[in-house]
Design a protein around this ligand. Sequence first.
Ligand SMILES: [Zn+2]
Ligand SMILES: [Zn+2]
Length: 344
Amino acid sequence: MKALRKLAGGEGHVELVDIPTPSPGSGQVLLRVKSVGICGTDLHIWEGRFDKVRPPVTLGHEFAGEVAELGPEVVGWQKGQRVVSESQASSCGTCVYCEQGQSNVCPERLAYGYGVDGGMAEYALVRADGLHALPENVSFQQGAMVEPLAVAVHAVMERGVTLGQGPALVSGPGPIGLLVLMVLAQAGVPALVCGTSKDQARLELAARLGAGATVMVDQEDLGQAAQDFTSGLGFAAAWECSGAGPALSAALTNVRRQGEVVQVGLAGGAPTVDVDQLTLKEITLRGAFVHNRETWERAVQLLGEGALDLTPLISAEMPLGDWQSAFELSRDQAGIKYLLRPGE
Ligand SMILES: [Zn+2]
Ligand SMILES: [Zn+2]
């Protein structure tokens, strides 16, 4: 089968190669991949800027497909069934976090696409207990976006304690920021989305997706816009999805007293922020990292109920063979989410 693999460490070394189609062992299912999303992580692996990758490995952790083959002792699934696979390939199962259903922070968590072979291939070998059936109204393309949606659902519904107590700030209108906005909007929380003038098209999309206001922080006064949007009170909560230090500072400045900031974006360094604001305003600062099984159930349910439509975020779906142009378009931020279609 054709698979897009990282063959060695460093920059590049990503190639579409032929490898044997794997067969499922106990507890595993072989998926015929129908759609797989390109994520920032895949770009970082391509550029040699992601040290958790274990080459040689097949890329892709956002994928949906059909059950092609069941391993021994696998029950509850049938060939041909439409499913999405969780991105977590394994966790230890015995640590305090795993025992509480929070394997997202298990120290031994491994994910498809960099720790274990992932979904940028005609077939993917996955754990049967990480599958979720796709409701009939949810396409494979939307199925491939359940992973980033689950990141947003976890950040908003599972890590946001003040959800619904007032207007929210979302910084960084990339795929995750826009999904956070959509989850907030369907929960009835008014949100202001900010970015820079480079994000103009993404901010326009944010407005169409339900943002109450949008701000380009290098051209407009975010503080004034925040005052106007929140009737002078400040935001009840902020979701920082850009990973930019100044965006975290702006979140701390513009949340109200006893407000909350959820850090979703990774900064890749140590940004300088005014910690005194945490103290003086009694701000709660929390991190949000990926998702758990329950999060995936929530995300699939939201799509099944039609509460969210992710199609406006899909910029294009291209054959797996055209991966390089799709990666380049993603890197150049010429759109929101690019999907690859294996098997042709
Ligand atoms: Zn991702
Ligand atoms: Zn564990």
